[in-house]
Write a protein that binds this ligand. Sequence first.
Ligand SMILES: *Cc1c(COP(=O)(O)O)cnc(C)c1O
Length: 237
Amino acid sequence: MITALEQIVADNLARVRERIAAAEARYGRPAGSVALLAVSKVQSAERVAAAYGAGQTTFGESYVQEALDKQAALMDLPLQWHFIGRVQTNKTRAIAGRFDWVHGLCDLKHARRLGAQRPKGSDPLSVCVQVNLSGEASKAGVNPAAVGALLDACRAIDGITLQGLMTLPAPADDLTAQRRPFAALRALRDRLATPELSLATLSMGMTADLEAAIAEGATMVRIGTAIFGPRPAARPR
Ligand SMILES: *Cc1c(COP(=O)(O)O)cnc(C)c1O
C-alpha cells in the first residue's frame, strides 16, 4: 500500500526526472550527466521518506537545526545530505559533522573551520564555492574576481575537497535571461579549472530554471518545489 503523499511525491519526482532527461537530450548533454538534489528544506521528514521510497537518496537542507532533527528522524535510511544554506560560524561543527556536501561556501574562515571540524576518519567534506553573479551586495556569494584566490587558499585545507562552483541567480522569466548567469558560472569554472583542480561540479538550476542551467552545463540541479510542492510558510517542528 502506498499512501497518497507517497504517490504525489513519486509522480512529481518522475516529472522532474523527465524534465532533466529532456533537457539533457535537447542541449546535447549525455544522458544521466545531471544529478538531482532534492531540496527538502521546510518539508517534513515524511516527505523526504516518500522521495526516498521513489528512489531519491540525496537531499539539500538550508537550516541546520531543522536538518539535524530530520536526519535523526530518518537515521535508518541511507541518505546523503547537502547543506545549501548560508554557512554561519557557530554552525560549522554541526555542518562538518552531519553533512556530506556544502554548496554555499563564501568565506575562507568557514572553510578552515569546516576542514578542522570534519570528523577524523570521515571522507573529506565536498565543497562548492558560491559565486555572486548578479553583483547585488545583499546576495550571498563571492565576487567572481575573488573566486580564484579563495579556491587557492582552500586547496591546502585538510578535511574538505573542492568539487566546483554554485550559483543562485535572481529569478528571470525567459530562457535567454535565465541562461546568462549560468553561462557566466561555467565560463568562470573553465577559466579557473586546472589539471589538479577540475571543479567538475556546477551546482545550478532550481524548479523555475533547470532547463537553462542544464543548457549551460549544470551537473547538479537543486529542486524543491517541483518535487515536494510549495514550501509551508513556517518550518516544521
Ligand atoms: C530553496 C532552494 C532551492 C530550491 O528551490 P525551488 O525553486 O523550490 O526548486 C535551490 N537552491 C537553494 C540554494 C535553495 O535555497
